[in-house]
Design a protein around this ligand. Structure first.
Ligand code: UD1
Length: 418
């Protein structure tokens, strides 16, 4: 088991490069199943989740290869696909559920293991299932698997989501593109990842309008063709670097990033005292003093992302003043707070509210990452501890942060992988 050893005190300064968004690439990989032939995805970094999704596609009959020097992932999709996503892969990576829509619409049958709960909450699938049923599928839950079938083609219809779920919007979009007739998804998610997937589907020949709005309309086509697509930059990794600059009173220039996807988090950083400037193809974040505490509530895009909630709690832990952070997307996403408290943070929680009183320095102690974003936030917290912090379970961080420790070292952090 690898772990990080981080010695606090360094001011992070320099330049970093952001790669394609994990949350987009995994979904693009699943969407590739819709068209037989060779697809090429660009800007794909080496992260553990890309390998897991690659393995799942291979089991479904695809050939997958990743050229790490050009960041190109090539997926060759066969005419005949298998239709079962096994529990051993789905439990490792929840995005596996994204194969449900493409498999169903292409093969008439999809068997996908139920992912179970995880460290951030119960994460239901009812919106996915209700939506697919509305499109004409029969869906059952047998022996730990969702089994969805349809005889002939799915048929377009109106689906109204109770909540703008990212995963459900993606599964319904990828099911609807080959359905018969028009589908309308109301209260659809508006995340940049959805827009990215929609553009890729359009390149494949899909007819979609309303991407990036709450109403997405799809006119089903008879077949799609393979396409090449470059994944959009990872806004959560970008945000993580921005918080790293603010927390360490640092100065980081972030390349290949899109600040337009981070409007509210960057506004919060400015409120806390950071200087944020846009540069061509990226941004620069500088902080000259201890951050001021800022209140935040997480919301679906364009609101403050739940994936950056651990970072804002870590920043508030060392800020002047106190703040209230409210988590509105995942009810279990405060689990990592116990680890921050081990580092001396002064945090009390009540349901989905966390009240944080800032202190000047945190106090190093052994801690464990509970999920990918909580893990990254613990690394940031360790950078502002008074000594050396050991962070266990760092495989969570490797799921989505390419060469995190190496990039941190180039910025001046004292971090080693043991
Ligand atoms: C969510 C985030 C996404 C983030 C990703 C990874 C939101 C809205 N979504 O996407 O930005 O990148 O996690 O951390 O911030 N739900 C149901 N039934 C369903 C589907 C969802 O009750 O069928 C609930 C979930 O339990 C959760 C909420 O809806 O409370 C949002 O879920 P959803 O957007 O689907 O989650 P992800 O797709 O994982």
């Amino acid at each position: 088991m690898e772990r990080f050893e981080v010695t606090g005190g360094a001011r992070l300064e320099g330049e970093v490069q952001v790669y394609g968004a994990k949350n987009s690439i995994l979904k693009l990989m699943a969407a590739a199943l819709l068209a037989p032939g060779v697809h090429r995805l660009g800007n794909v970094p080496t992260i553990a989740d890309v390998s897991i999704m690659g393995e799942l596609l291979i089991r479904l009959g695809c050939q997958v290869s990743h050229d790490e020097s050009t960041l190109t992932l090539t997926i060759s999709v066969p005419d005949h696909l298998e239709h079962r996503a096994d529990y051993d892969l789905v439990r490792k990576m929840r995005a596996s559920i994204n194969v449900l829509g493409p498999l169903l619409t292409r093969t008439g049958r999809a068997e996908v293991a139920l992912p179970g709960g995880d460290a951030i909450g119960s994460r239901g699938l009812d919106f996915h299932i209700n939506g697919l049923e509305a499109l004409g599928a029969q869906v059952t839950n047998e022996h730990g698997y969702i089994i969805a079938t349809v005889s002939g083609r799915l048929r377009g219809t109106l689906v109204e989501l109770e909540f703008p779920s990212v995963g459900a919007t993606e599964n319904l979009l990828t099911a609807a593109v080959l359905a018969r007739g028009e589908s309308v998804i109301e209260n659809a998610a508006r995340e940049p990842d959805i827009v990215d997937m929609g553009i890729y589907l359009q390149k494949m020949g899909a007819q979609i309008s309303g991407l990036g709005t709450s109403t997405i309309t799809v006119n089903g086509v008879d077949a799609l063709h393979p396409a090449d697509h470059e994944a959009l930059p990872d806004r959560i990794v970008t945000g993580t670097w921005a918080f790293a600059a603010a927390m360490t009173k640092g100065d980081i220039t972030i390349h290949n990033a899109n600040p337009d996807h981070l409007e509210i988090p960057l506004e919060k950083l400015v409120l806390s005292g950071a200087v944020v400037t846009t540069i061509p193809g990226g941004l620069r974040v500088r902080m000259d003093h201890r951050p001021k505490a800022v209140d935040v509530m997480t919301l679906p895009y364009p609101g403050f992302p739940t994936d950056l909630q651990p970072m804002i709690i870590a920043l508030n832990s060392i800020a002047t003043g106190s703040a209230l952070v409210t988590e509105n997307v995942f009810e279990g996403r405060f689990m990592f707070i116990n680890e921050l408290v081990r580092l001396g943070a002064d945090i009390t929680t009540d349901g989905h509210h966390a009240f944080i009183k800032g202190r000047e320095l945190l106090s190093s102690a052994p801690v464990a990452a509970t999920d990918i974003r909580a893990g990254a936030a613990l690394v940031l917290a360790a950078l502002v501890c008074d000594g050396t912090t050991i962070i266990e379970e760092i495989f969570h961080i490797d799921r989505g942060y390419p060469r995190f420790d190496e990039q941190l070292r180039t910025l001046g952090a004292k971090i080693s992988r043991i």
